[in-house]
Design a protein around this ligand. Sequence first.
Ligand code: SF4
Length: 233
Amino acid sequence: MNYKDTLEKIEKKLDGEALLGDLVKVQSNPFKILIATMLSARTRDSTAEKITESLFKKYNTPKTMSEADIKDLEQVIRKSGYYKQKAKRIKETSTIIHEKYKDNVPNDFEKLVNLPGVGPKTANCVLVFAFNIPALAVDTHMHRIPNRLGWIKTKTPEQSEEALKKILPINLWLQATRTLVRFGQQLCIPTYPRCNICPVEDFCAKDFTMEEEMRKKRKEAAKRKAKRENTKK
Ligand code: SF4
């Protein structure tokens, strides 16, 4: 089965939208999409969604976010991983968007990655979800699923991005990002993928090398910890 057919088969089976897809549906607000993406790093999508909503109830423009008290920002987003660092970067980024870009989030990769706290993954998410510009936003799902499917064989999200760019035609980048992220949240989930109801099971290599290596590393780390504790006694 080709990539397009696989993505379409998966799409038909999915419910709703991913965090960013939901934001796009409700209102296409590039600033909100940028901040939601920054907040979603090392945070569950459902938690990031709630935090984004609370944050935007208080501060919904680059200007108000840039003027926010840093302690209050930290308090509102405290359930997000690395919240202190994120609060600082959100405030700095909002200031630049307000002052330098006149409240408009730039739709340019280089300009985006120059904002504090915005890496290539966040920049690509913003291009895809806020501006419909083809890009591959390779997060944990986009790294894991193509490896499981047997499309690529890589060890890091960066390698996956390069490998996917080589195999997927550019007109599938948007669709791949939007579909596989949701697929990873609903069916091809990290720990116990729901292969029994997966629409592409017959075409999947079920390559779980990545998970096996991770399990092995965790086991070794646990053994080392137990050994250290035993020697202390
Ligand atoms: S068969 Fe299982 S591992 Fe393969 S894509 Fe479907 S859910 Fe993921």
